[in-house]
Design a protein around this ligand. Structure first.
Ligand SMILES: CC(C)(COP(=O)(O)OP(=O)(O)OC[C@H]1O[C@@H](n2cnc3c(N)ncnc32)[C@H](O)[C@@H]1OP(=O)(O)O)[C@@H](O)C(=O)NCCC(=O)NCCS
Length: 319
């Protein structure tokens, strides 16, 4: 069958939104009309107004000989990967192998653009998705426990479009037992913004690609949306401050649909922190969200950032 992929058109928005709400609410909590509306907003603007790692979101439509047969949302991330999802094949055309054909065409588009990797997540009980993803040579990379819904685990899977790179050299920031033994923790204030930006730009770039002023500004903007909730990807920025004054660390938290909170990145200033401070900072953040009845905190940590890996384990996170 002759198939091709193109960008979703304005006139197809309602068709897209209806299928997304209908199918995706079966597997996830807190899915209402705002979910496809945010995707469409990013798609038609050409950038994601609420993204921080996400730079651009595109809805790619699969055209068959006579009609639109399905679509996939592709979110381009800083650092060269592309997240797929949701993927929906029109109910009239499901079980015909089209999802894999769609992914193949979209993978080709992003390989041609120089993207390194595609990845996605889906509920672990979705054997149908696992089947076509395996056929497409996607590999399971992680199991996220009860990530977006109580009692429902989630697979993370991906595929390299270009050969994978060697691991980064590990970076250690603590010196011995650390120099600053006492620190206090609080939320970001407007007067912290310049110091916070400097810390993010200098320290985060050790572990992440494409960290620039625009990235930092998008985080600062998102702190003003925190009270709007997950719908607009509001964020909370936590600050660790030395008792002598000056910011020695920060952490960014994003509440998600389904009741969990993503904590990433956690950045500590080299040579000024100790494991005690790092762990106490994580415990402070944990209490903040527990008091507000969030279900779960999870963190994504570059393996090269061995201090944060160690402190996070010591704070009781499992990996
Ligand atoms: C999931 C989905 C994208 C799969 O697309 P598809 O083109 O139908 O996929 P395939 O035809 O390659 O089917 C994959 C496998 O799952 C099986 N399968 C597909 N739909 C199924 C269903 N509703 N019930 C049971 N098995 C199903 C197929 O038989 C096939 O198994 P096989 O390899 O043993 O033949 C499509 O069913 C869909 O759009 N579902 C609704 C949206 C959704 O849930 N998306 C995934 C979450 S992001």
């Amino acid at each position: 069958m002759d198939l091709s992929v193109r960008s979703l058109q304005k006139a197809e928005s309602e068709y897209f939104a209806n299928l997304v709400v209908w199918f995706i609410s079966k597997g996830y909590d807190d899915i209402d009309a705002s979910f496809p509306a945010r995707i469409l907003e990013a798609h038609f603007r050409g950038y994601d107004p609420f993204g921080y790692f996400t730079v651009r979101k595109t809805v790619l439509a699969l055209d068959g000989p006579r009609a639109l047969m399905g679509f996939v949302v592709a979110a381009e991330k800083r650092g060269g990967s592309v997240k797929f999802g949701p993927t929906i094949i029109d109910p009239k055309h499901q079980r015909g192998g089209l999802a894999g054909r769609l992914w193949e065409l979209v993978e080709d588009i992003y390989r041609d653009k120089g993207k390194r990797k595609v990845y996605g997540t889906w509920p672990a009980w979705r054997v149908d998705v696992l089947k076509f993803a395996s056929r497409m040579e996607w590999e399971i990379e992680a199991l996220l426990r009860e990530q977006y819904r109580p009692g429902q685990d989630e697979f993370v899977a991906g595929k390299f479009l270009l050969p994978s790179s060697p691991p980064l050299t590990t970076v250690q920031t603590w010196e011995g037992e650390g120099k600053t033994r006492d620190a206090s923790f609080r939320l970001l204030k407007a007067s912290d913004e310049a110091e916070f930006s400097d810390l993010m730009l200098s320290e985060m770039s050790k572990f992440y690609s494409e960290i620039d002023r625009h990235f930092v500004e998008s985080i600062l903007e998102a702190t003003h949306r925190f009270s709007h909730g997950y719908d607009e990807k509001g964020k909370v920025v936590f600050i660790a401050e030395s008792i002598r004054g000056g910011i020695i660390g920060c952490a960014i938290a994003t509440p998600k649909r389904g009741g969990s909170v993503k904590l990433a990145p956690v950045i500590m200033k080299p040579l000024l922190t100790s494991i005690d401070i790092h762990v106490a900072f994580l415990e402070y953040i944990h209490s903040f969200f527990r008091e507000r009845n969030h279900r779960k905190l999870y963190s994504l940590i570059p393996i090269a950032d061995i201090d944060t890996v160690r402190a996070t384990r010591q704070a009781g996170y499992v990996s």
